[in-house]
Write a protein that binds this ligand. Structure first.
Ligand SMILES: [Fe+2]
Ligand SMILES: [Fe+2]
Length: 173
């Protein structure tokens, strides 16, 4: 079955959205590299790689469906923030909530177009968004608890760095 053109456009737009997230996280990583929080720098770098992986999953799906792949312009991300880790992770959560909305919209479109293969394909992304929002919320909760306690913040940074090093990147304790 040919991929409906509205769905093809929306999936191409999502490649861009995931690459934008990839680039935004890389910018956050670059920011943390210039601070004492080298663990968060590693975490953001790994997160950035994951987003690249999401973009490629969509890319490969379009390829398998013999659809046209269109690569769109992404914006330069911020590489410097005038705020602490809590605020940066809050921005991260907002970004993930935005992506969840994008995936939900894609799902709805696939449903309206009766493209059941795409619906099936998108379930992975729905689950992934639940995990990502949950992971980032947990980090925010713990950062808020540590508040201005330097030792506590550095401990969380260290933990984030070790998770990144293990290749998980996630708070799957
Ligand atoms: Fe993603
Ligand atoms: Fe994400």
């Amino acid at each position: 079955m040919k991929l409906p053109s509205a769905l093809q456009d929306a999936l191409n737009a999502q490649i861009k959205n995931e690459l934008q997230a990839h680039y935004n996280y890389l910018g956050m990583s670059a920011h943390f590299e210039q601070t004492a929080y080298l663990g968060f720098a590693k975490w953001m770098r790994l997160q950035s790689q994951e987003e690249y992986g999401h973009a490629m999953k969509l890319y490969d799906y379009l390829r398998e469906r013999n659809a046209t792949i269109e690569l769109q312009t992404i914006d330069a991300p911020k590489t410097s923030y005038d705020c602490g880790p809590v605020e940066i992770f809050e921005i991260t959560l907002k970004q993930e909530q935005g992506v969840t909305q994008q995936i939900n919209d894609l799902y709805e479109l696939a449903l309206n177009q009766k493209d059941y293969a795409t619906l099936q394909f998108l379930t992975w992304f729905l689950q992934e968004q639940v995990e990502e929002e949950n992971t980032v919320s947990d980090i925010i909760d713990r950062l808020r608890l540590a508040s201005d306690n330097t030792a506590g913040l550095l401990r969380l940074d260290d933990e984030a760095g070790r998770r990144a090093a293990q290749g998980g990147g996630r708070a799957k304790a």
